[in-house]
Design a binder for this molecule. Structure first.
Ligand code: NAG
Ligand code: NAG
Ligand code: NAG
Ligand code: NAG
Ligand code: NAG
Length: 407
């Protein structure tokens, strides 16, 4: 019996036939996929993600890594984690990162509109930019190489706003006026507290639109304005990542820039402690979306775009790479932390270099409490855990030294 079912050992000849067959199957599948893309777009969300798809794109279309990238760092969108990915990529590839002059702080003199004068001369000409700014396309184009790929990130508006509300409770006058620091009270009548002309008022309404350099108080009933906004963002940014699908976004980014899996590994940064977060009821969430309707238009539009890009790559391919990313992440965590992830509230992070900035006594931000004396082969663990302000200082120093050596 066993003899009958035993596999025949492949000779050279039928090995070749197998290869040909595989190639043929591949071609047929690709053309089917392309042909059915419009059909699939209706059904993708019930698509069987576990079906193994080959990422054709990576096999046939391997390009050198793209190294000129402008990441518009938006607020409350996991953009600190993304900035850390960009900073580490730049360091590993000896690239130059545009950083703010000291007088601008760790942001490009936000909320002023971006201007190349805000950029530290030792960090010019740059390959990468990834710090907070109020976007100004024309001015940024004057700074960046002309083959720069522009990307940004957006988050579902109700959770994004809830995050801003708790983070900026003391920083933003609008929120300070709200009785009992109550999000419910604010949303019952936002205009009672909101003054558009006050400093930092943008954090109280459509702050995504503000970060994109547009008017966050423009009436959302102006359909032409909304159309123009969407068109401009779409034309400028090759990829709008979505926080709610962060790993999927990273996989799309990796393909766009021809980066390796290693280039998109991360530890989450600038997270609030669980009890500093408020769970939103559906009613509250829809009030937030109504108050921030420009941001909501943006989010809904670009969330749909992301899923179209995922579809174009092959949902199975993306799902497979997301699994690989998470596995690689876990083994990185194990190698850096020996099993137990040392996440602590900022106040209890002993290593000053890893101390996350926290906005007020009301909100607790989590940091990684790694010892300061890690061995040199664990240097990368420190970098993965370094908060934005410290990493900015670190890079400003190292790039200044390099710039002086070169001149
Ligand atoms: C970066 O620069 C260092 C020192 O000059 C060099 O040893 C290394 O090979 C460079 N790495 C890359 C990826 O160019
Ligand atoms: C980009 O800049 C390079 C060098 O500065 C130039 O040679 C090239 O023509 C430019 N390309 C475009 C598309 O403007
Ligand atoms: C603020 O809290 C107090 C005590 O819990 C309550 O009596 C009052 O109604 C609250 N005010 C508002 C506007 O929610
Ligand atoms: C994002 O878009 C997908 C596809 O249209 C949809 O299924 C999902 O619910 C959207 N996510 C959010 C948070 O709106
Ligand atoms: C780091 O410091 C701690 C205590 O200060 C010490 O126990 C540990 O051996 C040191 N580790 C290394 C790699 O030097």
């Amino acid at each position: 019996m066993t003899a009958i079912f035993a596999p025949t050992f492949p000779t050279k000849h039928n090995k070749m036939i197998k290869k040909l067959f595989l190639l043929l199957t591949t071609i047929v599948t690709v053309s089917l996929l392309v042909h059915q893309r419009s059909l699939l777009s209706r059904t993708v969300y019930s698509f069987d993600f576990s079906r193994p798809f080959i990422c054709f794109h990576t096999i046939f279309d391997r390009k050198p890594k793209h190294t000129n990238v402008a990441f518009l760092k938006t607020h409350k969108t996991a953009s600190s984690t993304m900035q850390n990915i960009m900073f580490r990529f730049a360091e590993r590839h000896n690239l130059t990162v545009a950083l703010p002059v000291e007088s601008c702080g760790h942001r490009f003199c936000y909320p002023n509109s971006f201007n190349p004068d805000f950029v530290h001369p030792h960090t010019k000409p740059p390959n990468i930019v990834a710090s907070h700014m109020r976007f100004n396309k024309k001015e940024l184009q004057r700074l960046m190489p002309n083959d720069t790929i522009y990307i940004t990130i957006m988050r579902e508006p109700s959770s994004m706003f809830e995050s801003s509300f708790s983070y900026n409770l003391n920083g933003c006058a609008t929120f300070r006026r709200v009785p009992n620091h109550s999000l419910e009270a604010f949303l019952a009548d936002p205009r009672r507290y909101y003054r558009p002309d006050e400093k930092d008022s943008m954090f109280a309404r459509n702050f995504l639109v503000f970060d994109l350099g547009r008017d966050n108080d423009h009436p959302a009933t102006d359909a032409a304005y909304v159309q123009d906004l969407l068109a401009e963002v779409e034309q400028t940014f090759s990829l709008v990542m979505i926080t709610d699908y962060f790993d999927e976004s990273l996989v799309v980014l990796r393909h766009l820039l021809s980066w390796d899996l290693e280039d998109i590994l991360y530890f989450k940064l600038n997270m609030r402690k669980e009890d500093s977060k408020q769970t939103l009821t559906p009613v509250l969430a829809s009030k937030i979306r109504a108050w921030n309707s420009l941001d909501t238009y943006l989010y809904d539009y670009f969330n749909a775009s992301l899923w179209r890009q995922i579809l174009a790559l092959g949902p199975g391919c993306v799902a497979k790479e997301v699994r690989e990313l998470r596995q690689a992440q876990e083994s990185l965590m194990r190698s850096c932390f020996n099993g137990k992830v040392p996440l602590s509230p900022s106040g209890r992070v002993g290593n000053k270099k890893l101390h996350p900035w926290r906005p007020s006594g009301k909100v607790e931000i989590m940091g990684y409490d790694l010892p300061a004396n890690l061995s040199s082969d664990q240097e990368h663990c420190l970098k993965l855990a370094t908060p934005p302000i410290q990493y900015t200082q670190l890079l400003r120093q190292s790039q200044s030294i390099r710039s002086r050596q070169n001149h």
